[in-house]
Design a protein around this ligand. Structure first.
Ligand SMILES: NC(=O)c1ccc[n+]([C@@H]2O[C@H](COP(=O)([O-])OP(=O)(O)OC[C@H]3O[C@@H](n4cnc5c(N)ncnc54)[C@H](O)[C@@H]3O)[C@@H](O)[C@H]2O)c1
Length: 250
C-alpha cells in the first residue's frame, strides 16, 4: 500500500477506467472524474479505494471546484492523468466551427484547465502529469482536422509543462494510444478502418485498455522518476513504421 492519490479524468469507462483500476491494484487511491455522472458512479462503486467526482473538464469553474473537492476528500494529489477526450471524424471542409470547438473544449482546454488547477497540489508532492494524446497527434491524416490538431497540441502542452514545472520536481509525459476498442473509437472506426489498422500495425491488432493503463501508471510511478517531457506511443508499432505503404508489406 502507498498513500498516493491519482486524479484520472474520463474515468467512467475505457482507458480511464482501466487506469483507475490498475492504480488501485498498485495500491493507490483514485479520484475518478467524468462528466457522465451515472456511468461514473456505477464505475466507482466497484472500488473501495476510489471516489467519484462529476465534472466537465472543459468548464473552468467546475474544474476549480472539483479539484478543491478532491483535495478536501483525499488531502493530496500525486498524479494527474488527463485522459478525458472526445473524437470527431469528418472531412476538413465539413467541419464547422462548432465541431472544432467541441473537440478543442475537452481535448485541449480540458487538459490545460485540470493541469492549471492541480499544479499547486503537485508541487507539494513532486507529482506527475500524464496527458493522453493519440497517434493522430503524431502524424496528419484524413478526417481528423480537429481531433488530430487537438492531440498534437496536447503533445506540445506536455513539453511546455515539463519545461516549466521541472524545477518544482513535477514531471510531465504524454502517451499516444494507437487504436483501442472503446466506445470513443468504435463510434468512428468503420469496418474498413478497423481492417486497415490491423493491416498497418506491426503487431496486427488493436491495443487493450489495460495495455495503455500499464504505460500510464508506469509514467506516474517512481520507476519513471527521471523521465519527463517524453511522448510514448503505445500503438503496436504503428507510428514507427511511418507511412507504411501496404504494397511494401508483403
Ligand atoms: N480508443 C482509442 O482508440 C484511442 C486512440 C487514441 C487516443 N485515445 C484517447 O484516449 C482517451 C480515452 O479515450 P477512450 O477511448 O477510453 O474513450 P471513451 O469514450 O471510452 O472514454 C472517454 C471518457 O471521457 C469522458 N469525457 C469526455 N469528455 C469529457 C469532459 N469534457 N469532461 C469530463 N469527462 C469527459 C467520457 O464521458 C468518457 O467516460 C481520449 O483522450 C482519447 O482521445 C483513444
Amino acid at each position: 500500500m502507498t498513500d498516493k492519490v491519482a486524479l484520472v479524468t474520463g474515468a467512467a469507462r475505457g482507458i480511464g477506467l482501466a487506469t483507475a483500476k490498475l492504480f488501485i491494484e498498485q495500491g493507490w487511491q483514485v479520484a475518478m472524474v467524468d462528466r457522465d455522472t451515472d456511468e461514473l458512479n456505477a464505475a466507482a462503486k466497484q472500488f473501495n479505494e476510489a471516489r467519484a467526482f462529476s465534472c466537465d473538464v472543459s468548464r473552468s469553474d467546475d474544474v476549480i471546484e472539483m479539484v478543491s473537492e478532491v483535495l478536501a476528500s483525499f488531502g493530496r494529489i500525486d498524479a494527474v492523468v488527463n485522459n478525458a477526450g472526445v473524437a470527431d471524424f469528418r472531412p476538413l471542409e465539413e467541419t464547422t466551427f462548432a465541431d472544432w470547438r467541441r473537440v478543442m473544449d475537452t481535448n485541449l482546454d480540458g487538459v490545460f484547465l485540470v493541469s492549471l488547477a492541480t499544479i499547486p497540489a503537485l508541487k507539494k508532492t513532486k507529482g506527475a502529469f500524464v496527458n493522453i494524446a493519440s497517434i493522430s497527434g503524431l502524424r496528419a491524416s484524413t478526417l481528423r482536422v480537429a481531433y488530430g490538431t487537438s492531440k498534437a497540441a496536447v503533445i506540445h502542452l506536455t513539453k511546455q509543462q515539463a519545461a516549466e514545472l521541472g524545477e518544482y520536481g513535477i514531471r510531465a509525459n504524454c502517451v499516444c494510444p494507437g487504436p483501442v476498442r472503446t466506445k470513443l473509437a468504435m463510434a468512428v472506426h468503420s469496418p474498413e478502418i478497423i481492417a486497415a489498422y490491423h493491416d498497418s500495425i506491426p503487431l496486427n491488432r488493436y491495443g487493450t485498455e489495460n495495455e495503455l493503463a500499464e504505460v500510464i501508471t508506469f509514467l506516474c510511478s517512481d520507476k519513471a522518476s527521471y523521465v519527463t517531457g517524453q511522448v510514448i506511443a503505445a500503438d503496436g508499432g504503428f507510428e514507427s513504421t511511418g507511412v507504411g505503404l501496404p504494397a511494401l508489406r508483403d
